[in-house]
Design a protein. Structure first.
Length: 61
């Protein structure tokens, strides 16, 4: 569970955000969450791709 600087976790912030007006949330918050998520996914894909490539090259020789 990730804790924010203010001590609340992501789920608590999200539910509080929904109560505060549904989809009208600040662009900075949603941008941060989406960006960090995409970076993690991108890194994992690249790491797995590189690992697979190395295994193929080593296995092929």
């Amino acid at each position: 569970m990730k804790l924010r600087v203010d001590g609340t976790d992501w789920n608590e912030r999200r539910s509080r955000r929904w109560e505060a007006g549904g989809r009208r949330m600040s662009a900075r918050d949603t941008g941060d969450e989406q960006l960090s998520g995409w970076w993690v996914v991108l890194f994992l894909v690249l790491a797995l791709g590189a690992l697979g490539l190395i295994l193929v090259v080593l296995g092929g020789t």
